[in-house]
Design a protein around this ligand. Sequence first.
Ligand SMILES: [Zn+2]
Ligand SMILES: [Zn+2]
Ligand SMILES: [Zn+2]
Length: 181
Amino acid sequence: MSSITGEKAVISRFLSKVKITDSGCWNWKDSLTFGYGHFWIKQKKYSSHRWIYEYCYDSIPNEYAIHHKCENKKCCNPCHLEKVTSLEHKQKHIITYCKKGHEFNTENTYLWQNTRLCRICRTNNVYRYCKNNPEKVKASELKYHIIHRPKRIEYGRLYRLKNRQLINENQRRSRREKHVY
Ligand SMILES: [Zn+2]
Ligand SMILES: [Zn+2]
Ligand SMILES: [Zn+2]
């Protein structure tokens, strides 16, 4: 009996450390290690997402990793987690795209607290800021960011070139949809 009570106490303690967001992610509110939540049970440290995965589904063999389908490391929603082999996991993280569709290659990836950020989008933000706030940004600084603009445009051109078929298809589809309505 006592072990069942103990188990209930552990899971309710776990759930009290989670904040459910609008996106459906269960963000870990407590301390993080390299961006991942961690959880203590009887002086033993567990990775929160791995712990909840094992609790809900299955044990995790050594050669397997738990991947966040939502790409949110803080998330502990068991529905956002999947068990993959270490190799599959590596591949999943090799070629992915930012929300705007820019490839996360080595050149375009900026690591911020262990999260990948898109340099093209960052530069875009800086450029927009400089353009909108010329009085706040010194002329020399503004010039610096404008110099970097062609690089960004080049990325866009290469992306379109590489994905021309996909883009054409999308355009055709949206034209078709316009005809229907
Ligand atoms: Zn999530
Ligand atoms: Zn992953
Ligand atoms: Zn981007």
